[in-house]
Write a protein that binds this ligand. Sequence first.
Ligand SMILES: N[C@@H](CCC(=O)N[C@@H](CS)C(=O)NCC(=O)O)C(=O)O
Length: 202
Amino acid sequence: MKLLGSLTSPFVRKVRIVLAEKRVDHEFAIDSPWLEGTQVGHFNPLGKVPVLVLDDGDSLFDSRVIVEYLDTLTPVARLIPELARARIQVKRWEALADGICDAAALAVMEKRRPEEKQSGDWIERQKKKIDHGLQFLALELGEKPWCVADTYSLADIAVGCCLGYLGFRYPEMSWREDYPNLSKLDEKLMKRTAFSDTLPRE
Ligand SMILES: N[C@@H](CCC(=O)N[C@@H](CS)C(=O)NCC(=O)O)C(=O)O
């Protein structure tokens, strides 16, 4: 199988970390939908990364569908619990972390438009989602060692990718000081090779 994606996307990083944790053999093709000559549109009509192209040519998107598929491939390192309650909790953490990334990416894109076309209101709206989302993450995590059921799971991976993306795109943000429990989780995750090998970069 082949993963198409950029080195900056938090959604691509989430899939790369799952591939590494589950030790799934794959090829990683660097591609960005923003670049001329991109192949992404051939495999995903939405023109977004990540896309996972399977050996039979079928393609999977988006990141939540891909990671769910990958987790079923092998029992090695189960990342999504089987029991309904814990499973849906993990998916909720993922939805929240991904939602913060969506807002963060939208604000980045808006700031890249010519200054006279940018909407300050739109950027502020996205920043509120980031702030409220972080507040919620920190409250839900509390003093727990991991997000769900005291076990490392996809929830931690999604949150780690979200924090990594904020650190990359918004280095001025003070979430580390404001939420020491998120900072501690981030530091713990960064000790894993799957995380340190996939830090976002241009
Ligand atoms: N919900 C999607 C989001 C994917 C996404 O927004 N990817 C961005 C890169 S971070 C992208 O490809 N954007 C291109 C575009 O919007 O045209 C997922 O989880 O895969």
